[in-house]
Design a protein around this ligand. Structure first.
Ligand code: IPM
Ligand code: MN
Length: 358
């Protein structure tokens, strides 16, 4: 039986609108093919929303997200703000506010290798072939949100605070254990327990929880070591779980293993509506040029079918279409090498046709 799929679509800034168009086209094609009724509504966020209403995540957008079954999200960020350290509101604050207000405490970032792209990886083939891990990044705590944050009165000192409560740590570690249980049963808890008090609490909580999951192998790794090991021997990892900022950094690093930052999708889940977004940013230099790689966003739509709607077959068909497009070299400039570089829209259209004709 077909389902009703009600989606909030937040394109954001830079290449956001272009990649979202393609992900939405793939979503429509899937809904049609499988007999689901798709309704969607656009919301403003990021610099686009600051320009319009002075707020990067306005209440109206929040209500739209709250009332939807899933949020499909492009990217935010704009050089006008990056180059202005004194800007009062920043597009990224919208993303952070949204994560907080929707209670999106877990960000799931899987790394999958497409066989046909192995030569694009900066790593040697034998290191990359067969690598398959998921990074679970805590998303609503840590130094991103800890208070106090700011400047001293004279402006010459600045501070951020890293804060984690036991509850916050427990709920994200639980997810890490559960993911590992569904996979190859290995969990790597990444921290900096040799330096940070928050990391020591993470480790303490993980050690307390461990007996509940006797068949999971748990290892603890310092983040600097993890950064090295991810490129030295990526196949050793199954599930990594870590705090907000470590997860941010490690997943950008991990993403290039697959050959391009433009390939990695993510799902953010938590208390309210789940959200699906590529892990890359708004790539303002490419905005409006029809050259951005839409695959990370299209793959985020695949995760949306799987996680938000429990429609695995639908998600898999999107993944299959993406894999075939890569195999056939229907790829954007970041992946084309010396071959033909296809436009964003051409890649998206190819994928839609694949879905329709399957
Ligand atoms: C990400 C991004 C964001 C983050 C920025 C845009 C605030 O880099 O989703 O990884 O740091 O979380
Ligand atoms: Mn990031």
């Amino acid at each position: 039986m077909g389902k009703n799929l009600n989606i909030a679509v937040l394109p954001g800034d830079g290449i956001g609108p272009e990649i979202i168009d393609q992900a939405l086209a793939a979503t429509k094609a899937i809904a049609e093919k499988f007999g689901h009724t798709l309704t969607y509504e656009f919301g403003i966020t990021g610099a686009a929303a600051i320009d319009k209403v002075g707020d990067p995540y306005p209440e109206e957008t929040h209500q739209l997200c709250m009332n939807a079954d899933a949020v499909l999200y492009g990217a935010v960020g704009d050089p006008r703000f990056d180059n202005n350290p004194k800007a009062k509101v920043r597009p990224e604050q919208g993303l952070l506010k949204m994560r907080q207000k929707l209670g999106l405490y877990a960000n799931i970032r899987p790394l999958t290798i497409f066989k046909s792209l192995i030569d694009k990886s900066p790593l040697k083939n034998e290191l990359v072939d067969g690598a398959d891990f998921v990074c679970i990044r805590e998303l609503t705590g840590g130094i991103y949100f800890g208070r106090p944050q700011g400047r001293s009165e004279d402006g010459n000192t600045a501070y951020d605070t890293c804060v984690y409560s036991r509850d916050e740590i427990e709920r994200i570690l639980k997810l890490g254990f559960e993911f590992a249980a569904q996979r190859r049963k290995k969990l790597t808890v990444v921290d900096k327990a040799n330096v940070l008090a928050t990391s020591r609490l993470w480790r303490e909580v993980a050690q307390e929880m461990r007996p509940q999951y006797p068949d999971i192998e748990v290892e603890y790794m310092f983040v600097d070591n993890a950064a090295m090991s991810i490129i030295q021997w990526p196949k050793r990892f199954d599930v990594l779980v870590t705090e907000n900022m470590f997860g941010d950094i490690l997943t950008d690093e991990a993403s290039v293993i697959s050959g391009s930052l433009g390939l990695l999708p993510s799902a953010s889940i938590g208390i309210h509506t789940s959200l699906f977004e590529p892990i890359h940013g708004s790539y303002p230099q490419a905005a409006g040029k029809n050259i951005a790689n839409p695959l990370a966003t299209i793959l985020s739509a695949a995760m949306m079918f799987e996680y938000a709607f429990n429609l695995k077959e639908e998600g898999n068909l999107i993944r299959e279409a993406v894999e075939k497009s890569i195999e056939q070299n229907i790829v954007t400039a970041d992946l084309a090498g010396t071959g033909k570089a296809y436009q964003t829209t051409e890649v998206g259209e190819w994928i839609v046709n694949y879905i329709k004709n399957k």
